[in-house]
Design a protein around this ligand. Sequence first.
Ligand SMILES: [Zn+2]
Ligand SMILES: [Zn+2]
Length: 417
Amino acid sequence: MVLSDQKPVSESPLVLQEIDEPKAAAGELRVKVNACAVCRTDIHIVEGDLDLHQKPLVPGHQIVGRIDEIGAGATQFRRGERIGIAWLRHVDGSCRFCRRQQENLCPNSRYTGYDTNGGYAEYAIVPQEFAYELPDDFDDEHVAPLLCGGLIGYRALEKAALPENGRLLLVGFGSSAHIITQVAVHRGHKVYVLTRSDNHIHRARELGAAWASSDFRDLPEKADSAILFAPSGRLVPPTLESLDRGGICSIAGIHLSDVPGLNYDRHLYQERQLRSVTANTREDARALLAEATAIKLQTHVTIYDLPDANRALLDMKVSDFRFVFVPHSALRLPHSLTFRFPEFQLSAFVCLPCKFSSASWRWSFFLLAVWSHSPPLRNRPTLPVFSVSQPPMDNRSFFAMRASSTPSARRAVSRGG
Ligand SMILES: [Zn+2]
Ligand SMILES: [Zn+2]
């Protein structure tokens, strides 16, 4: 899916295009993409909140795939290995920031799906130094959101410098907050969540939040630290006001609307601090993947087929939950069941990733979809599949779609590079 002109996601800015297959240059790896999670930063790039660094551009920077081509001199991985590709993909290694373990601040850094093509495609390229081994405990779709949503939240949590058994306020409850709630609760912190959505309030409580509401005024006590996930500057003053003495607010977004004027006494005095968070280091990524494995972290994702990228971005903008694209080639068709009759087909489909978690298995069910179109389906070379299964822990639907699997659509799937 290629972006040529930045415009609102409601105007379908991403176009399905065939582009040349990328080649792995020296020191690089090429992966066949199995999944690419959607990030709010993608929306900022697509809509023009961030200037385009490359045009046309294939976005996407939370990529999971298997290595299918290895460039000269790249010896750290083997063909067929599964790796993750995240936002940071290059630093100079020599500036004063790199030398003091702050490579995320390197002025010569480059980013996946921004400075080079990303993962909304069948193939993606990464320098081997910026490829991550992924824990076997997670399948492709459920590990993908850790590669940015998880990472930026993880770094924001470190920057929030919570004391032991601290009280953490999360403002906004999207992909990052969903992940960081689990990490913070597991570390013994008390988590408070502020979010507009009733679904998210419900979800936050399920994940162990001690309090979740849509109104700052209901907060039961001051927090030691806060992380602002919502990209809204007007939320900065009330977040600072919710902090106890010495409290720290870290801002997790790459983009924030203007912050209104602050009142020194109400918002900053008593050594309260406001911090931004910029990208992540490779060490952050390794630490998060290790901790996610240790605490059996759960991500719940909605899966879209790659050509539905515009709709996924639009849905994310509205609901701010986790979405993952799956290229056609990676769809797990063995998990659909099809009955063929002369004039129609009956299909059932279940999400494989959720099926294997014991809780979801109890609740998963098949939705049967029936087609009886003309021309008769038996003459069609491919079968469109639409499926829904019930998620394990809340009432939000985990759904996977494959509504456009016509031969022409399959041919038109773009190739990143
Ligand atoms: Zn540097
Ligand atoms: Zn991101």
